[in-house]
Design a protein around this ligand. Sequence first.
Ligand SMILES: [Zn+2]
Ligand SMILES: [Zn+2]
Length: 226
Amino acid sequence: MNCLNCGAQIVNNLKVKEIFLFKEIIPDYICNLCRSQLAPLTGRNNCPRCFKTDVNGICYDCQVWEQKHNTINCHEALFEYNQFIHSYFKLYKRYGDVLLAKLFYRDIKKWSLQNKFDVVTYIPASKNHLQARGFDPVYELYSDIFDLKRLLNKIDADKPQAQKNRLERLQTPQTFSILPEINNFQKNQKILIVDDIYTTGRTLMHAHDIFFEAGFKNICTFSLSR
Ligand SMILES: [Zn+2]
Ligand SMILES: [Zn+2]
């Protein structure tokens, strides 16, 4: 197999444990050199709410959030938003290389095996974006791993998130509506909402609020990068 990012051959040295315990062998689509440019976020004194690193307990932003809202954030992410991730999303989203959707398959798959949910949904692309790009980047990133349910509708915004500054992002009003398919689920079921990048956290918190207002109380969020 070759690395989807740089084309180098990937040597899949199976561990003895994987062979003898008949453990599920998870394919890898990224080579060691590319992987070495990633900065994993887990185990770095993460805020238990938003997964920010190098904090002591619940971070300041989350404390402020919880004073104003009665919802609790519960976020996890895999990789720091660094130069490698930035270039990755440029190729994947801006230039529309859909094959790159699988680059982090192994990492996301491993996380999914350790974290169980009843329902997994995603932040959908707006209709305009979907038409322009031809695929939904968040859906493609996770659809091989989770049984993704489409439960949200995204209202087309005045301008894309990527073109907004931090203040504009924070002031963005609710951009989602919930789909009637939500009625197929019980309110006590554990929901996971997945997105690609967590920047200010507003997008996922808006989605979180929609489910909370619909009566769901057990809601977590996840992003590839933060
Ligand atoms: Zn590579
Ligand atoms: Zn936090």
